[in-house]
Design a protein around this ligand. Sequence first.
Ligand SMILES: Nc1ncnc2c1ncn2[C@@H]1O[C@H](COP(=O)(O)OP(=O)(O)OP(=O)(O)O)[C@@H](O)[C@H]1O
Length: 206
Amino acid sequence: MNRAANRLSATDLAVSRGGRAIFAQISFMIGAGELLAVTGANGAGKSTLLRAVAGLLPLAAGSLRFDAARESDAGISENAHYFGHLDGLKPALSVRDNLALWTRVAGEPGLPALEALEQVELDHLDDLPAGYLSAGQRRRASLARLLVVRRPIWLLDEPTSALDARSEATFGELLAGHLAGGGLALAATHRPLPVASSATLALGAA
Ligand SMILES: Nc1ncnc2c1ncn2[C@@H]1O[C@H](COP(=O)(O)OP(=O)(O)OP(=O)(O)O)[C@@H](O)[C@H]1O
């Protein structure tokens, strides 16, 4: 990735859910190598914002724009990894086979599945059905997904929840590597992140 060019801009975003405005007039810009932390009380709209940026919820107003370092016709959704509360694992499939599925999504090929599992220290469980993983292990398997396909935008919803101290440090290294490679990230969090954020967007209480 060319470090100079990746840039995600949001202008005057508004999202409504169930007929109620969750937030309005939210604007930000995240450049290559930058991490924007989204903070706010429970219900302030942090997850809603991430889901809207990922294209999972419609915007009531405003616009999003992604300028990619790599020339591509793909939109924000195809350029973004959404790391949400649900891990998206298929419980009957092995950890390795789950990761193999993820390698087929659009994006620049990243690490081979087993190497990605090594990075999150799950390679010893690669044959286990994903349904048997603990909460933190599921989170780590989901994290490995970010490594098998490279996408410049990481949308991270409470990324360190359920992670133990060691896994949180590993996550910090992976995120730092992503940013150092010219990626960018938007992270909703209640806790300090293991990587210093470039800026903070504080959403008001609902
Ligand atoms: N489907 C829905 N219909 C109506 N309101 C919804 C719906 N889903 C979420 N909301 C409301 O949207 C608001 C924002 O929720 P959101 O999950 O984005 O908050 P959050 O800041 O991520 O909170 P938390 O810190 O608890 O994770 C909440 O008041 C929630 O009740």
